[in-house]
Ligand binder design. Structure first.
Ligand SMILES: [Zn+2]
Length: 304
């Protein structure tokens, strides 16, 4: 005969098993998480200047993560081909911030493969300078401070619409960063408006917006895109232009081979300076401001 305590333990165990089983049955498979605290909004950016704008606009917004799709050493995205890793990055994001104006020529593929990804076009409403050839507008908008400010505002407004819970913070961040950019623009005007020389020769089509903003005159563009070294005839033409114009400053870019500039410098006696279109650099919020300050110092030296 069993002891009463053994019977009691058996009953308790049976009840526990029944409760456990019914709890398992009652549970709906993969119930959605109710918690909003742990919700993450991932914002992907296409390349370096968009990343810098986005980390400023989304600064300290709870649950928001900004990732750059390309390496910070990629530079401009002309003819860039999407890699499987890029599509993986985008598939994990809810929002994709692009420069627009034709810089991201792979957008058809993105829209086709990821129809739910929300696109923020930073160039919205900004008038374009005609590009070289038949490619449409020049996409290097961010190189002008005024356009950079407009791009930051565009990103701020569109983020506030897509993530309305944090609209006030996006707005405050946008204003704070735009104020810094406006102060930079004022400082650059102060220095460059009185520069003695206004004619410059640059590399690749990155500087027309910048030149227009500060009333500089791009006399020649030596090498239009990375990897396309100028032909002997183009080099000879440029050497002639430099000699005729008596331009003493050539502006190469840190991302491009300075070979052509060195040749021209040797043939003309002009000096090669480095002007940075902010397409590579440190992944920190003040990087755009620092690079432009360095450009300002270079131009002050080169144009006076
Ligand atoms: Zn470019």
């Amino acid at each position: 005969m069993r002891k009463p305590t053994t019977i009691l333990i058996t009953i308790v165990l049976l009840v526990a098993v029944i409760i456990f089983l019914s709890a398992c049955q009652g549970q709906t498979p993969s119930a959605p998480e109710k918690s909003t605290e742990s919700k993450t909004l991932t914002i992907a950016t296409s390349f370096y200047p968009m990343y810098l704008a986005a980390i400023n606009v989304a600064k300290d917004v709870p649950g928001v993560k900004v990732v750059n799709m390309t390496q910070p050493t990629t530079g401009c995205l002309h003819d860039y081909q999407l890699k499987p890793d890029d599509l993986k990055t985008l598939s994990e994001a809810q929002i994709f911030v692009v420069n627009g104006a034709g810089m991201e020529s792979f957008m058809d593929k993105v829209v086709n493969q990821l129809p739910n990804l929300k696109i923020i076009d930073a160039s919205k409403g900004i008038p374009l300078i005609k590009g070289d050839g038949e490619e449409g507008g020049n996409p290097h908008l961010w190189v002008s401070i005024s356009n950079a400010i407009q791009q930051v505002k565009n990103i701020g407004l569109q983020l506030a619409t897509l993530d309305p819970d944090h609209a006030a913070q996006y707005s405050a961040n946008t204003t704070a960063y735009a104020d810094k950019l406006e102060a930079l623009r004022a400082k650059m005007h102060q220095t460059l408006d009185n520069a003695k020389k206004r004619d410059i020769i640059t590399f690749h089509e990155a500087f027309p917006y910048f030149a227009r903003e500060f009333n500089l005159n791009i006399v020649a563009v030596i090498e239009r895109e990375p990897g396309s070294e100028p032909s002997a005839a183009e080099l000879a033409d440029t050497i002639e232009i430099v000699n005729k114009s008596k331009i003493k400053a050539l502006f190469a870019e840190p991302q491009y081979s300075a070979k052509a500039a060195d040749t021209i410098a040797r043939e003309t006696g002009a000096k090669v300076f480095i002007l940075d279109p902010v397409v590579t650099g440190a992944m920190e919020p003040d990087a755009y401001l620092k690079i432009m300050e360095a450009n300002l110092n270079t131009l002050e030296e080169a144009l006076n």
